[in-house]
Design a protein around this ligand. Structure first.
Ligand code: KG4
Ligand code: ZN
Length: 337
């Protein structure tokens, strides 16, 4: 028996099944099984996602425990994503976590997926000091979050329609790219020039909007294709560069405005879209210009992963925040703090 606190974390909110072992806040293992089945559908098909979680959960947990070099009997708690996410996907992880905690007679720690994306910054050094401002950009959410402590955060603003990741994915669908289109657009954009202008939204001071951009891109492309059916193929790299440049500009203008308004000099990004190369480079440049400190997660901790669930769960464990066996998945779980 060691005095270290060892937590198994489970993430199954969307289309990635992940398990991780965290010891005293340090990541010992982090295993993710992606789901390729959604590629041709332009988005995640919930029914297929739950079936794949069901197939992956046992081998994924097994790999995470073996890679961590621990025994199941070493575990002090099971942390799991309670929400937000797809109900069928969450149910697999929640019920697995509950059964395992029941079988081992150890505590259950529920974690909010969006809080966990922010807490990914404590999966590895350098750790941000508090307070810091985090732009959380994923496939389902876009939030500006003020972080005052471990799992202590408040949402200052969010998207009123599509999320930033959705803007990438839906644009990708329009131009015929597979789902998820974000990483593909990122790749193509590196070979292109952002020479097309798209309209930028004007919304509440800390809020975002992306559905107008999607419509503006759609109409622009339809007009071009009317004149020349091969236009999209011939200009693919420049289209991707322009779309990406616009999305990143919208995100960073709000982040800059908010940080200045709040007088905050530590800025961070989190969530799947924080893997975007232009967002990462331009955030660092913005921070350098203002003399701010930028915190940019490693790629493994940007997209969905259980390490971030384990890190968030570890700080909840230290606070003694446990759930009992009556806990249920919460697809629309909001930030509580
Ligand atoms: O956080 P995440 O893995 O899952 C959710 O909680 O939604 O985020 C997935 C999103 C997708 O929309 C995907 O297209 C986007 O992150 N994404 C990217 C990149 N990598 C993933 N978007 C832009 N550039 C990337 N390199
Ligand atoms: Zn996520």
């Amino acid at each position: 028996m060691s005095n270290l606190i060892t937590i198994l974390a489970i993430e199954s909110s969307c289309d990635d099944t992940s398990a991780s072992v965290i010891q005293d806040g340090n990541v010992l293992s982090n295993h993710v099984a992606n789901q390729d089945v959604h590629k041709d559908y332009g988005g995640v098909v919930p029914e297929l996602a739950s079936r794949m979680h069901d197939k992956h959960i046992v081998p994924v947990v097994d790999k995470a425990i073996k890679a961590a070099g621990i025994q199941i009997s070493d575990l002090d708690a099971i942390a799991f994503t309670r929400g937000p996410g797809l109900l069928g996907s969450l149910l697999v992880g929640v019920n697995f976590a509950k059964s395992m905690a029941l079988g081992l007679n150890i505590p259950l720690v529920e974690v909010n997926h969006m809080e966990a994306h922010v807490m990914a910054h404590f999966a590895e050094a350098p750790y941000p000091e508090f307070p810091f401002l985090c732009l959380t950009v994923s496939g389902g959410h876009t939030q500006l979050v003020l972080v005052d402590g471990y799992n202590q955060m408040s949402v200052l603003g969010s998207t009123i329609d599509d999320a930033a990741g959705e803007a990438f994915d839906k644009t990708g669908k329009i131009i015929g790219l597979p789902y998820p289109a974000g990483p593909v657009i990122d790749q193509y954009a590196q070979k292109g020039t952002p020479r097309f202008d798209f309209t930028k939204p004007s919304v509440g001071e800390f809020d975002f909007s992306f559905s107008g951009l999607k419509t503006s891109i759609l109409y622009f492309l339809q007009d071009q294709v009317k004149e020349d059916p091969a236009w999209v193929d011939d200009n693919l790299h420049d289209i991707c560069a322009s779309v990406q440049h616009t999305i990143v500009t919208i995100l960073l203008e709000k982040l800059e405005y908010t940080a200045q308004k709040l007088g905050i000099s530590r800025v961070a990004i989190a969530g799947g879209v924080s893997a975007n190369s232009e967002l990462r480079t331009r955030l660092q440049a913005l921070a350098d210009t203002h003399g701010w400190k930028a915190f940019i997660p490693s790629f493994d901790y940007c997209t969905d992963n259980a390490a971030m669930i384990g890190v968030s769960g570890y700080y909840r464990y230290l606070d003694g925040t446990f759930s009992d066996q009556s806990i249920a998945a919460a697809p629309r779980l909001s930030m509580t703090t």
